[in-house]
Each structure stands twice: as C-alpha cells, then as structure tokens.
Write a protein that binds this ligand. Structure first.
Ligand SMILES: Cc1cc2nc3c(=O)[nH]c(=O)nc-3n(C[C@H](O)[C@H](O)[C@H](O)COP(=O)(O)OP(=O)(O)OC[C@H]3O[C@@H](n4cnc5c(N)ncnc54)[C@H](O)[C@@H]3O)c2cc1C
Length: 499
C-alpha cells in the first residue's frame, strides 16, 4: 500500500475554465477539493481567451428576437465537425449551454455584453461576450468562488504520475516548484484522492513535438495562439494508465490570425467580428474571393493554406461601426491598416488594382441583392456595400489555436479505456478531452464545453465520497462536514443532480 503525503476527496489538475468549474462543483457536492496547477499563476489558455460563450435558446436571444434552439446548435456543431463528433457529448453541450450560461451569470456573477454575435458555421447569432476583460473576467469569477469555498489552489505543482490500485485511479505524484522553462521541479509528493481525480489540463497546441506526431505539417514554423502551458504530458500520463484518446490529429488553426504579430494578438477582432461578417477575403495574387468568409474555421483555414500566401481581409470603417467592436489596438499595432482608397490598399499589398475594384464591386452587388451567388454566403441584414473610406485591411495566416482531440469521456465525464469502460475514479473536462467537436470546433463553443463538462466532472467526482460515506482522513486538507457548505442559497447547483 502506498504511503500518502496527503489525502483529499477530489484532486483537480489544471486551473483553467474546466478545472476551476469542476472544483466549484465538487466542493458544492460536499467534498474537500484541491486544485493543482503547474504554472506560477492560475488560468491557462482560459485567462487569455476572448471570453466568447455560445448557447442557444437563451433569454438574451429571446429579448433580441433571435430564433434559435439547442437542436439547431447541435446540427451546426455536427456539420462543422464533419459528423465525427460523439453525438451524446455534443448533445450534452448544446442542451446544457443555456443553463450553464445562466449559472455563470447568477452564481458566479459574470456579466455579459448585451449583444449576440454570429460567427462562422453558426446558423444563428448565439455567441455572447464576457464583459470587461473577456476570459480573464470569467477566470477571476471562478477563482473568487473557489476562494469563497475554501478550495486551495497550489501553483507550481505539476502532475507527474497517476497512481492506480486494481485499476482504480487513487492518487497523483506531483512535482513541486515546477519550472516551465526547464520542465523540471523540486520535491515529489504523493496525494491521495478518496473520491476522484479530474484531469483538466487543457489542449496541446503549444507542444510542437506532440502536435507534429499527430499532424507533421504543424511544425515550429507555424505559430500558435496558445500559452506555453498547453502541453500534452498529463494526457500522455492518462494514456499510460489505460485511457483512450480520440481525434488527436484534428488540430484547429485560427483563420483570423495575423502573421504580423505573435500569438493571438489584436487582429482576430477585426477579421472575425468585422471582415468575415461584412467584408471580403481575397487571394493576394488575383485579388479575387476564393471562399465563403462565413465558413467554419477549418474550411477557411484550409482555403487560406491552399492559396499558400497570407490573404487579405478587407472591410470599411462603416462596417467596424456597425459591428460595435473596437479595433483601435489592432490599428495602433499596424496589424490592421487604413487606406483612403482601394488603389492605395492594392498598392500596399501588391494586389492587381483593377481586379480588386471588380471584386469589391461584385461583392457590393451581392450585398444589395442580399444573396451571394458565388459562394452562397449569407449576407447579414445590416450589411452595406464596402464603399466608405477609410478602407481597412489585414493579412491573414492561420495559427494553431485549439486541439479537438483528447481523452475519451462519456456523458458523465468519466475517462474511458480502450474497451469503452470507464476508468474508476478518473474524470476529465475541457480541452484535454476529445469527441465533442469532431473535426472542427465552432467559435465560442470551447468555453461552453469547459463549463458544461467541468460542472459534470466536478459533480461526479464530488459525489463519489459523499455517496459512499467515505471521507479523507489522517493528514487531510480541511474538510467540510456539512455537505451543503458553501452552496449559496440561490445557487442553481444546490441539490441539482447532473444525471
Ligand atoms: C487566445 C485564445 C482565445 C480563445 N478565445 C475563445 C473564446 O472566445 N471562446 C471559446 O469558446 N474558446 C476560446 N478559446 C479556447 C478556450 O479558451 C480554451 O479551449 C479553454 O480556455 C481551455 O480551458 P481548459 O480549462 O480546458 O484548459 P486551460 O485553460 O488551458 O487550463 C489548463 C491548465 O492546466 C495546467 N496544466 C497542464 N498540464 C499540467 C500538469 N501536468 N500539471 C498541472 N497542471 C497542468 C496548465 O498550466 C493550465 O493552466 C481561446 C483560446 C485561445 C488560446
């Protein structure tokens, strides 16, 4: 029998949206919980995300007169995912999205802008934006809640080994004082989980060797929007103890990224929120459109990569105003450039000027008709011809953004083995899992996935001890004896079984 340094009911590994959500729910289920994070600070990719959250059939949509429902959302996800999505997982996300959105507002106190956006591949405006600092505001709200619930967060602690007894996940070995630069840490510690372990370690977009193993084209020359924490070691460790993986080679590139800045940067706000909606994307050699700019990320990125050179996204100032988004940072950084006329724009990017004028004129006719015969692109009702200077443009070149593949889970967030059986005591949520999105994740569905499955994983792991009457003992972390402790009176989670 292993010697344990500490014991707790639930161990959550990873402090992004999925891990923190799971920690809140496990605690609210009456368990003692600890969150382990290898970096010096919490947040992972979640804290740098844009904070876009997709849900159908919401109160806000009803108020804005937007006709939408979870079934339509589900169909859109399957279409983008090329039907590879695990139907049960995709259904779980689409059906619970509106509830979880409300939970984040009512229970966590997250505020959303009073608008709904429609991104490529979604057939309705159903993407909401966290107010303030985007994803960082949502992480902050989750951290505040975990602190209120007395859930300790241990940073600089990397998961090294998952420990099993008779096939049951029992605990972890962690490396303390972990240094992400050297990939090494200090002393090792064995922590026991009486109830369960939730793996919420995110995707592997920044792990070049591992992503090249899945898709050799994604070498170090292709930039990523991810933080350096997005690596594969926890996923690999789960595989070592028998976990199955799905869809690992489906790695998403963000088509709205700019080669003129590092990482996610400021350009995507212009390309995704303005250019793809009201403007055009042209081939730099021919100045012609070559794709439906409202396509999902996979279709758009593949089309740009086929062109083989950074393509040009063009809109005008009036479109920026209609979008209601502020793109000043991208302009200040020179990622988005302004031009007084289309000739000047063509000269700057080396586009054939007459051909560009024809492309814009053809597109403007499509806007006036309300239909785009060329690429069957839907024209938003508030669209207007591109004709009001300054004209704005940016170069586009895709970057690794999201990894659709990961640990195989079921609807209860239980990690599955290669025989399709759950590994007892092991749960996973968020980008480390695979199957929800199939071949392509639609914009704003990552956060929804993290919160929906984070809640399920936390609740499942958190109720294992309380249901069995087993609680951590000995050199334990502080425990609650009252199983409702920490649950706000009006919390929608109180007494709400997930399954
Ligand atoms: C720039 C950017 C913008 C985005 N914008 C949006 C958006 O607007 N809407 C949307 O839906 N999606 C968006 N996404 C995707 C979405 O943000 C991510 O999929 C989501 O944040 C992942 O959350 P997570 O909790 O699964 O992982 P993360 O937030 O990445 O957290 C995982 C944590 O686990 C830790 N960890 C990893 N390995 C170990 C280990 N061995 N031991 C201990 N800890 C470990 C990491 O350090 C990290 O802190 C965006 C992504 C990026 C990069």
């Amino acid at each position: 029998m292993a010697e344990w340094d500490e014991s707790v009911d639930v161990i959550v590994v990873g402090s992004g949206f999925a891990g923190l959500t799971a920690a809140v729910e496990a605690r609210n289920a009456g368990s003692s919980v600890i969150v382990l994070e290898k970096m010096r600070a919490a947040g992972g990719n979640s804290i740098i995300s844009d904070g876009g959250f997709a849900a159908a059939g919401t109160e806000l949509q009803r108020r804005l007169g937007i006709d939408d429902c979870p079934e339509l959302f589900y169909q859109d996800m399957l279409k983008a995912g090329l039907g590879l999505n695990d139907p049960a997982l995709a259904r779980t996300v689409t059906q619970r999205a509106a509830d979880v959105l409300r939970w984040s507002a009512d229970y966590l106190g997250v505020r959303y802008l009073d608008r709904a956006d429609r991104f490529g591949g979604h057939s309705a405006a159903r993407c909401y934006a966290v107010a303030g600092t985007g994803g960082a505001a949502l992480v902050k709200a989750l951290l505040k809640k975990t602190a209120e619930l007395d859930v300790p967060l241990r940073t600089g602690c990397a998961l090294r080994t998952l420990l099993t007894e008779n096939g049951v996940a029992r605990g972890v070995v962690i490396e303390q004082q972990y240094n992400p630069r050297s990939g090494r840490g200090g002393s090792l510690k064995r922590l026991r989980a009486q109830g369960g372990i939730v793996i919420a370690t995110g995707g592997f977009g920044a792990d070049t060797p591992f992503r090249m193993l899945q898709d050799p084209r994604l070498n170090a020359d292709i930039d990523t929007t991810n933080r350096e924490s997005a690596t594969s070691e926890a996923l690999v460790e789960a595989v070592r103890i028998g976990a199955a993986c799905v869809h690992l080679s489906h790695i998403q590139l963000g088509p709205w990224a700019s080669p003129d800045e590092k990482g996610f940067g400021s350009g995507p706000r212009f390309a995704d929120y303005v250019g793809f909606l009201y403007g055009v994307v042209v081939d730099p050699l021919t100045a012609e459109r070559f794709v439906n700019e409202q396509s999902d990320r996979k279709v758009l990125s593949d089309a740009i990569l086929r062109v083989g050179k950074p393509c040009i996204c063009i809109a005008d100032q009036a479109a920026v105003q209609r979008s209601g988004w502020n793109i000043a940072r991208a302009v200040r950084k020179g990622v988005v450039k302004g031009f007084t006329d289309l000739d000047e724009l063509a000269r700057h990017y080396g586009l054939p000027s007459q051909r560009l004028a024809r492309t814009i004129s053809e597109f403007n006719q499509a806007v006036q008709r309300g239909t785009d015969h060329r690429f069957q692109r839907s024209i938003p009702p508030d669209s207007e011809p591109i004709e009001n200077p300054p004209f704005l443009a940016m170069r586009l070149w895709p970057k690794v953004h999201y990894t659709m593949g990961g640990l195989s889970i079921d609807q209860r967030a239980r990690v599955m083995d290669l025989q399709g059986r759950p590994i007892s005591g092991l749960f996973a949520a968020g980008e480390v899992t695979g199957g929800v999105h199939g071949a392509c994740r639609l914009g704003s569905c990552g956060i929804t996935d993290c919160l929906v499955f984070g809640r399920i994983a936390g609740r499942e792991a958190g109720t294992r001890c309380t249901n069995r009457g087993v609680r951590a003992s000995g050199k334990d972390l502080p425990l609650s004896t009252d199983s409702t402790r920490g649950v706000a009176a009006d919390s929608p989670t109180a007494g709400d079984r997930q399954h």
